[in-house]
Structures are given as structure tokens and as C-alpha cells.
Ligand binder design. Structure first.
Ligand SMILES: [Fe+2]
Length: 325
């Protein structure tokens, strides 16, 4: 079962158009030290994926027609959401939680999509970089979705930590506004127990984005009380949800007590690279024009010559991915 009862709240939707250009005209400089003290990644941190029993929703349940789906002949790609599932053992999830907590001072406040987050985590955490390149981790993620997956070539958006806490005096609350991701394959790993915070629900609209856009005002105004808005059932540190972020509208409601931390890991299907839905102007407002240009070159290399790209980047190639059901 995918849904729980969310706390009632409202979240705005992201801006578009000229506002994106204005936000892109900056130089992204995170200033994070490159040698943080963190435990090493261990292959034993990868959890066993359950053979069955993971809740899931297909794209048809979001009113997508078969003509709209990703995939190609012989490679079905119609999973909309799945989870919760553990991709890491309890010890692995606790190690990741400590690392992400320690990185909080370098997270950036930004009111574009997610209020408070650190992007390009692969660049600052050898643990996270090794995790998303671990063959067993990638095999499990691939099996869950049913297509082979590798780390996303758009590094800045690929792995990010999102921090949610009650607002300081007079400040706007930390949220993720209603949005679609550029990423097709997003794994959101919660690093807080739900009991540690009030609010901070990951909510999603169970319907087609076309209908969301038509009813945007009503949905954002009603928030969790809208009949088609549901909350993902995150409960414990390490709980992970897969979402086809580019096709499912989602948001995170404000936290009114405690802290919530999530790691969002976006992966890439080298067999379906041309179907990647990232758009230049989606990430430029966050990363600045120069960094976005560099990331875009890497994405084009991965789309055109995926095998060469994986070899050059030291990424294990997952040859096949049978669905885990
Ligand atoms: Fe998102």
C-alpha cells in the first residue's frame, strides 16, 4: 500500500518562464570542503531486496496512456512509484544519516524548488559516490524498477540532500514546492524516523500532470485534503521510495517540529537515454549557466555512447534487470 494519511498543509508550485532565466545568472559555489571525516563505504551496507511484497503503482494508475510511457519494444518501463523498501542495511542507513547530518552546514537556502538542500553530494562524500556505484546497490535499484540503472550524468542534480526544519523567526518554512523533476528514476531515502518530526510529508498527486496543471490552484490550496493528494509512507531511517519524478507531481509539506533529512538519488537508464526528461532550464536556476553547460555535455556523452561513458566513469554495467515481483 502506498498511501498514509498526511498532515494537512499547503505548498506552492514552482515558478517558470523569465524567473528561471533570472535565477540562472549566478555562479554556483558550494564551498564544501573536499575531505570531510566520514566512515568508508562497505559493500555489506547494501540490503537484500525483498523478492515480493513491495507496494507499487503503475503509470496507468496516474492516467497515462500506453502511448505516453517510457520504454521500448522488449523493455517495459511503466513503474510510477514503489516502496517503501530498504536499499541499505540498518547500519548502512545510520552511517549515511550521520554523514548527511554533518554536511548540513553547507546546504544552501533557495526558494526555487526545495528550500534547503545540498546538491552534487557525489563530489563531497566518497561514501555516497561509492554507494551509487556499488554493483549490488545498482542491481537492486534496477531490479526494483525493471530497467538497468546507473548514476545520473547530471551530477549536480544526481544526488542531493534535502533538509527540512521549522522556520526560524519570520522565515518561510522549508518545503519542496509542487513540481515535476527532470529525473525519470528518483529514489528518496529518508534519514529520519517519522516520529522525529511533525509535518514534512512527501505528498504526491495521483493523476496526470495535465490534470494537475488544470487544477493547480485548487490542489495547491487544498494540499493534503485534496482527494487525489496522498502521502508516501515513510516511517523509519532508511525507508526508500522510488518515484518517476518527471511524471508524478510531488511536494514536501512544512515541518513544524523536529528535523527531517532525505537523500534523493537519481539514476539514469543508459538503454533509454534519449527519453531522459531533464531540460536545461530546469537545472540552470539551481546550478548556474556554466555548471549546467558542463553537466549537459556529460549527459550527451552518456546518451550517445553509453558503454564508453560507463567505462570511462568506472560505472558497473548492469546487463539485465528482471522485475522483482
Ligand atoms: Fe522532486
Amino acid at each position: 500500500m502506498i498511501t498514509t494519511t498526511p498532515d494537512t498543509t499547503r505548498v506552492a508550485a514552482i515558478t517558470t518562464g523569465l524567473d528561471r532565466l533570472r535565477r540562472s545568472l549566478h555562479t554556483a559555489e558550494d564551498g564544501v570542503p573536499r575531505h570531510l571525516d566520514e566512515p568508508p563505504w562497505e559493500p555489506g551496507f547494501v540490503a537484500d531486496l525483498p523478492r515480493a511484497g513491495v507496494g507499487s503503482l503503475r503509470m496507468a494508475e496516474f492516467d497515462y496512456t500506453s502511448a505516453e510511457l517510457h520504454g521500448r519494444a522488449g523493455l517495459t518501463d511503466d513503474l510510477a512509484m514503489a516502496g517503501p523498501v530498504e536499499l541499505l542495511t540498518a547500519r548502512g542507513a545510520q552511517a549515511l544519516r550521520t554523514i548527511c547530518r554533518d554536511l548540513k552546514p553547507w546546504a544552501v537556502h533557495n526558494d526555487y524548488v526545495v528550500s534547503h538542500r545540498l546538491r552534487n553530494v557525489e563530489a563531497v562524500s566518497p561514501f555516497v559516490r561509492a554507494m551509487v556505484r556499488d554493483p549490488a546497490f545498482l542491481r537492486n535499484a534496477s531490479r526494483l524498477v525493471g530497467v538497468p540503472l546507473i548514476p545520473h550524468p547530471l551530477r549536480n542534480a544526481g544526488v542531493q540532500i534535502n533538509y527540512y526544519a521549522p522556520p526560524a523567526d519570520g522565515a518561510a518554512p522549508a518545503v519542496a514546492k509542487w513540481h515535476l523533476d527532470g529525473m525519470n528514476y528518483v529514489f528518496t531515502m529518508t534519514l529520519s524516523d517519522h516520529a522525529e518530526h511533525t509535518g514534512g510529508d512527501y505528498v504526491y498527486y495521483r493523476g496526470h500532470p495535465r490534470d494537475f496543471d488544470i487544477n493547480r490552484e485548487k490542489i495547491t490550496a487544498m494540499g493534503a485534503s485534496h482527494p487525489e493528494v496522498h502521502a508516501a509512507p515513510f516511517q523509519h531511517v532508511g525507508d526508500t521510495m522510488f518515484t518517476r519524478g518527471s511524471r508524478v507531481y510531488h511536494a514536501v509539506t512544512p515541518v513544524s517540529r523536529g528535523d527531517r533529512i532525505t537523500l534523493a538519488v537519481s539514476l539514469f537508464c543508459p538503454l533509454l537515454g534519449t527519453q531522459d526528461e531533464n531540460r536545461f532550464w530546469h537545472s540552470a536556476p539551481d546550478d548556474g549557466l556554466l555548471r549546467t553547460l558542463g553537466n549537459w555535455r556529460r549527459l550527451r556523452r552518456a546518451v550517445r555512447r553509453p558503454a564508453t561513458y560507463c567505462r570511462r566513469e568506472g560505472i558497473p554495467v548492469i546487463p539485465s534487470a528482471g522485475r522483482s515481483e
